[in-house]
Design a protein around this ligand. Structure first.
Ligand code: TMP
Length: 220
């Protein structure tokens, strides 16, 4: 299945820099869907499967000398398995998938911020997932300096990078939002939790409606 193939599901991904508020917003989006009679599959990268969660630990808390190529390959390896065993089957069953990060994260973090090459990382990941792209991508846009203030706990391996790293990530997301304007929804994540959630619901509403009508489930 590639992005040009059809599946009866709705594949929603959430993207953004570190500490942009993704987890909170995904949980609220799930609640909104459940109130409409839809039980979405919530999943994340890196992670989402037993193997993926183990790899997540190794990538995020791995050795300081992990080189960018190894890091990029580990992200794409967990992704290939995650998509093959969990996400693609759910989409083929017609489910709504809410996914915390996908290949755009690799393009922004490894391709741009780590300077491995945006095209190379995109091709590697498209190969890993056999071309499957999201139906819609919610990009939570937040100034890295503001995000930094929101950070709690000990920084992990990627959070220890200088702030310029997060600025490069953000710039690449802007590029992606232009290249994939049809699937990208840019959300101003600087407001309070409720106002950000309202923007997300407005952005998703037409797609969710269409999905519910096509599948005749929920309160469509
Ligand atoms: P999270 O904190 O949003 O769960 O993401 C974990 C970290 O991994 C975060 O710093 C972003 C980074 N990351 C990449 O660098 N490349 C990827 O492909 C993914 C999925 C995450």
């Amino acid at each position: 299945m590639s992005s040009t193939d059809t599946h009866p599901g709705l594949f929603v991904t959430f993207e953004g820099g570190d500490s942009c508020g993704k987890s909170t917003q995904i949980a609220l989006t799930k609640q909104w869907l459940e109130d409409r009679g839809v039980a979405p599959l919530l999943t994340r990268e890196p992670g989402g499967t037993e193997l993926g969660e183990k790899l997540r630990e190794l990538i995020i808390h791995g050795p300081d000398d992990m080189d960018p190529h190894t890091e990029a390959l580990l992200y794409s390896a967990q992704r290939a398995y995650h998509m093959e065993t969990k996400v693609r089957p759910a989409l083929l069953r017609g489910e709504v998938v809410l996914q915390d990060r996908y290949l755009d994260s690799s393009v922004a973090y490894q391709g741009a911020a780590r300077a491995l090459g945006v095209d190379e990382i995109l091709q590697l990941n498209l190969w890993a997932v056999r071309g499957l792209l999201p139906d819609v991508t919610i990009f939570l846009d937040l100034d890295p300096e503001v995000a930094f203030e929101r950070r709690t706990g000990e920084p992990d391996r990627l959070e220890r990078e200088p702030n310029s790293f997060q600025h490069r990530v953000r710039e690449q997301y802007y590029e992606l939002s232009k290249t994939y304007a049809d699937r990208y929804r840019v959300i101003d994540a600087s407001g309070d939790i409720e106002s950000v959630q309202q923007q997300i619901r407005r952005a998703l509403e037409p797609l969710v409606e269409k999905h519910l009508r096509a599948n005749k489930v929920g309160n469509a």
